[in-house]
Design a protein around this ligand. Structure first.
Ligand code: AMP
Length: 232
């Protein structure tokens, strides 16, 4: 790693499943050269690879419930401890509980500000997006943005696209219920901080990307991200 590089940002993207935070996180990470840390992706990999964590978490993931804080925190502690996360990272899907948020503060103390963006999207839009989404069974690439016809095979690796087992409508509604129940306290936890901002995730991809970029730039300059209760 190039040690002369400037610190990027310690970024957290909160939001319901299907809010587009995964797509934005991936894009941000790629443009900024920092790791995209998706706890959901790490857990799905662990399930596939039959690791001890994967074996423990499989049924929980399939039911749309959250894995234990102990597992989620240990994954993030380990990943953010790696050298490529030193100058910054983008967390996607973590924290999901106040206990995880407290642990994240502890893990990232002495690392510069934690910028937290909450993606806001109406539930019905989430259900619409996720029932359309298909993922590559092999490399995990997502398809389903916009309204056009979906391909049947992955453009990256040519493998078949499938509906993620937890993207069926009943499981999505359950994941949304879990999200709302556990996330409101999380929003309360971050709300008073100047580095907490809202992003309107129902806008087109490029608009959301531009908002993310502008909001993080503001946060890195130490400007408060919210002036009132509207999306900044
Ligand atoms: P995601 O891809 O972020 O929607 O996550 C998929 C699934 O992984 C979730 O429904 C949970 O079962 C599990 N998961 C991901 N991140 C966390 C977390 N921070 N805490 C607990 N469970 C998680």
């Amino acid at each position: 790693m190039n040690e002369s590089r400037k610190a990027v940002a310690n970024l957290v993207m909160l939001g319901p499943p299907g809010a587009g935070k995964g797509t934005q996180a991936k894009q941000w990470a790629c443009e900024q050269g920092v790791p995209h840390v998706s706890t959901g992706a790490i857990l799905r990999e662990a399930v596939k690879a039959l690791t001890p964590i994967g074996i423990e978490a499989k049924a929980t993931l399939e039911a749309g419930n959250l894995v234990s804080d102990r597992i989620a925190i240990s994954i993030v502690r380990e990943r953010l401890g790696q050298p490529d996360a030193k100058l910054g990272f983008v967390l996607d899907g973590f924290p999901r509980t106040v206990r995880q948020a407290v642990a994240l503060d502890e893990i990232t103390k002495n690392r510069g500000p934690l910028i937290v963006l909450e993606f806001v999207v109406p539930d019905e839009e989430v259900v619409r997006r996720l029932s359309r989404r298909r993922v590559c069974g092999e490399c995990g690439t997502n398809y389903g943005e916009g309204k056009g016809k979906l391909p049947s095979r992955c453009a990256q690796c040519g493998c078949e696209l499938v509906l993620r087992s937890d993207d069926s409508e009943d499981i999505v509604r359950k994941r949304l219920a879990v999200y709302h129940r556990l996330t409101q306290p999380l929003v309360d936890f971050y709300e008073g901080r100047p580095t907490f901002g809202l992003i309107d995730g129902s806008q087109p991809l490029a608009t959301v990307g531009a908002r993310v970029m502008a909001t993080v730039a503001k946060g890195m300059k130490g400007e408060p991200l919210r002036t009132g209760s509207s999306a900044s």
